[in-house]
Design a protein around this ligand. Structure first.
Ligand code: HEM
Length: 449
């Protein structure tokens, strides 16, 4: 048996308190992808970053590594028993939801999505005229949120629902941090963030149940996700199991909205720091889309934009850790792992291993030139996970994100108004702590803040 590299309490905790995301990645990269055991008080997880080990945990031996403990236990308080769980509840949800996110099904939503995104982006014209900067994260979140709510619930949902859901989900995503990092603290002990988390979860319940009621009465029969879930759950249970429908909807919404919005937020500081990437991207969008409108058929031709997005989720994978718990004792890479141990697969770390990535800290979309990455280990790139739980939303992401970016960049020249060093805040996904202000200039004009 190989011994894992052990990092004792006094070496782990100060680093994790200082900058959890970067330091966790450093601990993995310093070990060159070897397994590291982190002694955080009674909680002693194994940090997994080597692609071979990732493959074992997420794919080949996935039945032995379940979604329990860290992260999963606290988020269950809002997502319930559905696709973000495990076992029976998960597999029945996956069967129902998978067909709703195939590339074909997603493509059938593309026209609607393109219109929603275009209309929402056009609302920013006032800012372009006045020169008043916008809060980048807020805008990305609102655009993404509105699109996802319409995909899930259809175009005719009561007006303010998207706006009401958004702050509650955001509160859940950020107030979960303490429970995420210290999962061994029992729920009977109140920790920072608990009160806000539970209040937001309750509001989400109220909003989503009212939406389900509305959808049942409307009986839209359309191809939006809520109707498909209601139909599927009806057939299975002989009468819709409303709690289950609620869990399905909240889980997909939670998986889809925050991840997409956060990754789009990271794009702007990266483009600011890489004017050459920005120029190539702008040139491609000008050539393919011109003055717009952006159509779904443009997306396949925006090949450089796709490379930028792939590099974006390599460097800043919103799902920065993928925790699992070992059911039975086993070994990973020769290291003995006891039953009940927590293992942390870390895309953020794997994507920074110099053993698998040249110049890993550099933002370089060219590494995704089609045909250029055949020799890379298949599990060295895991922004969307792998194995049976692999992300259902990849097609949606690679349709929606290009629509948002192409709409923004064909309409405006976007300049970061307050460039600065960014701090990574861990939550359900990794976001910058600082507020990023974006200045929108009418297309055709260049400028600096
Ligand atoms: C940048 C965007 C996104 C990233 C980086 C991302 C990442 C991930 C990752 C890493 C997982 C695996 C979790 C695990 O193994 O435990 C996952 C699962 C999932 N994602 Fe995404 N995701 C994104 C967007 C979306 C979107 C737009 C949807 C919309 C449907 C979505 C739906 C899901 C679902 C339902 C699962 C659970 C699948 C299962 O357990 O069977 N994701 N995602």
């Amino acid at each position: 048996m190989t011994k894992p590299r052990i990092l004792p309490f006094h070496r782990v905790v100060p680093r994790l308190l200082k900058d959890p995301v970067t330091e966790l990645a450093n601990m993995g990269t310093e070990a060159g992808g070897r397994i590291v055991r982190l002694h955080i008080g009674p909680f002693r997880p194994y940090l997994i970053s080597h692609p071979d080990h990732v493959q074992q945990v997420l794919k080949t031996d996935s039945a032995n590594f379940v979604r329990e403990g860290m992260f999963w236990r606290p988020i269950r308080r809002v997502t319930g028993r559905s696709i973000l769980g495990d076992g029976e509840g998960w597999s029945s949800s996956r069967k129902i939801l998978q067909p709703l996110f195939t590339s074909r099904y997603t493509a059938s939503l593309a026209d609607d999505m393109a219109q929603i995104v275009a209309a929402r982006v056009a609302e920013l014209d006032g800012h372009a005229r006045s020169g008043r900067p916008v809060d980048g994260h807020h805008e990305m979140t609102t655009i993404v949120n509105e699109t996802i709510v319409k995909v899930l619930f259809g175009g005719r949902i009561p007006g303010d629902v998207a706006e009401r859901l958004l702050p509650e989900l955001s509160t859940c995503a950020t107030t979960i941090s303490f429970r995420l990092l210290f999962p061994f603290v029992p729920y009977s002990v109140k920790v920072p963030g608990d009160r806000a988390f539970l209040a937001a979860a309750k509001k989400i319940d109220e909003i989503v149940y009212s939406l389900i009621e509305w959808a049942r009465k409307e009986d839209t029969g359309g191809n939006e996700v809520i109707s498909a879930i209601l139909r599927a759950r009806m057939r299975q249970e002989g009468g819709a199991d409303l709690r289950q429908v609620r869990d399905d909807l909240v889980s997909i919404y939670a998986a889809a909205a925050e991840t997409t919005a956060v990754s789009l937020t990271w794009l702007w500081p990266l483009l600011h720091d890489h004017p050459e990437v920005r120029a190539t991207l702008q040139e491609e969008i000008d050539q393919v889309v011109g003055e717009g409108p952006v159509l779904p058929e443009h997306v396949a031709r925006l090949t450089y934009l796709r490379m930028v997005l792939q590099e974006l989720v390599r460097l800043y994978p919103p799902g920065w850790i993928i925790p699992r718990q070992a059911v039975a004792g086993t070994e990973i890479g020769g290291v003995a792992v006891k039953a009940g141990s927590q293992v942390l697969v870390s895309p953020f770390t794997t994507h920074r291993l110099a053993e698998f990535w040249e110049r890993p800290l550099e933002f370089d979309p060219e590494r995704w030139t089609p045909g250029g990455n055949e020799r890379r280990h298949r599990y060295a790139s895991i922004p969307f996970g792998a194995g049976p739980h692999v992300c259902l939303g990849q097609h949606l992401f690679f349709l929606k994100a290009p629509l948002v970016i192409a709409n923004l960049l064909s309409r405006y020249r976007i300049v970061l108004a307050n460039p600065q060093r960014l701090t990574l805040v861990p939550g359900a996904s990794v976001r910058p702590k600082e507020t990023l202000m974006l200045k929108l200039l009418p297309a055709g004009r260049t400028g600096t803040a």
